[in-house]
Design a protein around this ligand. Structure first.
Ligand code: GAP
Length: 516
């Protein structure tokens, strides 16, 4: 990258950072997402979802459940796939996590800064090492460089020309270099500690004794509950490979550096499906699920321009995806990763890793035996599309955020109407002349079918502005003409155009627009 490009990028990154700040402020102001324990100054990595947030999150969740479990996609032969649902326990027998490899391997390398008292992921810190080998280097988190960071390079390393530097990841460097590194938030070298491995699982105790024998873990992924139930589900549902088990629920990770709002939190929700198939079909299903899942995010309103499909490099593969076809991430260009991308969903080929491990640790046979051909026995291979629900909600919020200086609200949330928290607002023009009564009658009818809001207070402009800001796609206004001809106006959030529709047709009109 030339210096000019770097400077232009700095400007655009700043713009995206402002959008992100504004989005976080909007989420708080309008009641989408609040900092958890706000009155106690928060608790790092935890978030609460307010009325509009939970409506939006549930809409995303319900759509995933519908498209996976209620009406799964058509398979390679054009016939509907078989996917069943599950809601497993958050706390499982701790042997689960020994077998899954999480106790031994679910670790991140962390470093502490003795000066700033901040903690970083050593695999997220980029070290800028001057090629002229002066004994000083600067480290920054793996976002794009800001103006302040370029300044710091100039001050400590004598240059802000990126061509003069080699860039390495801290966790891949020899510890000898630590004494030369100026950490992200300080101005002297040598304040970083050596990287230490840190297990991300939250520990708890089951029962009153609370001894080391009672240790249990909050699940770090919903997937393992699916593997533990694989036999029960096969026995009770009369399904055979290929088939899927889907689950949505909370997962917990004691992340070293939770950051970027709800992107990386310590308590979050996942939407995962484990697809069990004969080993020789795994490659075809892997490609199939990558395409299906990519299209699903597009259907949810995430633009192709802001998404990419990225196969994992060999050295970033999880322990379960080392064999086979690896993992592919669907990535989204979040405002804080801009112009780069961050993981939205992973699609992994887990081979027979999990079922074989649980067979080994539990002594329970995990083989599938075809009753028609008993010689045909195998441990199914697993393809896993694993999406973040809360992270997906952030992508949808970021995608919907549309600055528009011409509007009183200056911004509107362009959700797909089907995902919008409130589908329709009913607004009597004035709070008299029989208009509130008509509005209330319409509200009572519509609320049976859609999330509707009866909004009577303030002037009409302010009410439109509020609904633009929370992304309500339709505002129905009752005015003086309604009193005589029983028609209302329906204002479209995106075009701001108004259409006159008969009162009796409002429900049908809105229903027609709620497709994905
Ligand atoms: N069962 C596989 C698995 O858990 P993962 O890539 O670690 O894979 C799947 O997680 C998805 O869960 C990610 O793509 C991301 O959307 C979401 N996710 C993971 N860690 C998260 C965190 N700390 N906060 C919010 N979402 C997270």
């Amino acid at each position: 990258m030339t210096n000019l490009q770097a400077k232009e990028n700095v400007k655009l990154i700043k713009e995206q950072a402002t959008n992100m700040e504004d989005l976080v402020a909007l989420c708080k102001r309008r009641g989408f997402v609040f900092r958890a324990s706000d009155i106690y100054d928060g608790i790092n990595g935890f978030w609460d979802y307010g009325h509009l947030g939970i409506l939006l999150k549930n809409n995303i969740r319900d759509q995933w459940w519908h498209d996976m479990v209620i009406a799964p996609p058509l398979g390679l032969d054009g016939k509907p796939l078989h996917i069943v649902g599950l809601d497993s326990s958050i706390v499982q027998n701790p042997k689960t996590w020994e077998a899954s490899g999480h106790i031994a391997g679910f670790k991140d390398p962390m470093v502490d800064c003795k000066e700033s008292k901040k903690r970083y992921r050593a695999d997220h810190l980029l070290v800028y090492i001057p090629k002229n080998k002066e004994n000083i280097a600067c480290a920054f988190l793996d976002d794009e460089l800001t103006k302040a960071q370029l300044k710091k390079l100039k001050k400590h390393c004598g240059s802000d020309n990126l061509d003069d530097f080699e860039v390495k990841i801290l966790s891949e460097l020899d510890c000898d270099i630590l004494k030369y590194i100026v950490a992200p938030d300080v101005n002297i070298a040598g304040s970083l500690t050596e990287p230490k491995s840190f297990n991300l699982m939250f520990k708890t105790y089951v029962g009153a004794a609370a001894t080391e024998d009672d240790v249990a873990y909050l699940r770090p992924e919903t997937a393992q509950g699916i593997f533990l139930n694989y036999r029960n589900i096969m026995a009770s549902s009369r399904i055979k490979p290929p088939f899927g088990i889907a689950q949505i629920g909370k997962a917990f990770r004691n992340e070293v550096t939770p950051r970027n709002f709800i992107y990386r939190s310590r308590e979050f929700e996942q939407m995962e499906m484990e697809w069990f198939c004969p080993p020789d079909e795994a490659k075809r299903w892997f490609d199939f699920w990558i395409e299906v899942r990519h299209n699903w995010w597009k259907k949810m309103g995430v633009s192709s321009d802001n998404m990419l499909i990225r196969p994992h490099e060999k050295d970033e593969l999880s322990h379960y995806a080392k064999e086979g076809y690896g993992t592919v991430d669907i990535e989204y260009r979040f405002p804080f990763t801009w112009p780069n991308f961050g993981e939205l969903e992973g699609i992994a080929h887990r081979c027979d890793f999990d079922l074989s491990q649980h067979q080994k640790f539990s002594g329970t046979k995990m083989e599938y035996v075809d009753p028609q051909a008993p010689a045909d026995r195998y441990i199914p291979h697993v393809i896993e599309p694993a999406a973040g629900l809360t992270r997906g909600m952030l992508a949808i919020l970021a995608e919907a955020y549309t600055p528009d200086p011409s509007r009183p609200s200056k911004v509107y949330m362009k959700f797909k109407p089907k995902l919008a928290p409130i589908k329709v607002a009913i607004l009597p023009l004035v709070n008299k002349d029989g208009m509130p009564e008509i509005a209330e009658k319409l509200y009572m009818e519509l609320r049976e079918y859609f999330t509707a809001d009866l909004d009577i207070k303030q002037n009409i402009g302010k009410r439109y502005a509020r609904h633009d800001e929370i992304g309500t796609p339709f505002c129905v206004t009752i005015d003086t003409d309604t009193l005589t001809d029983q028609t209302v106006t329906i204002r479209n959030r995106d075009t701001m155009l108004q259409k006159r529709v008969s009162l009796s047709k409002v429900k049908a009109y809105i229903s027609e627009q709620l497709i994905l």
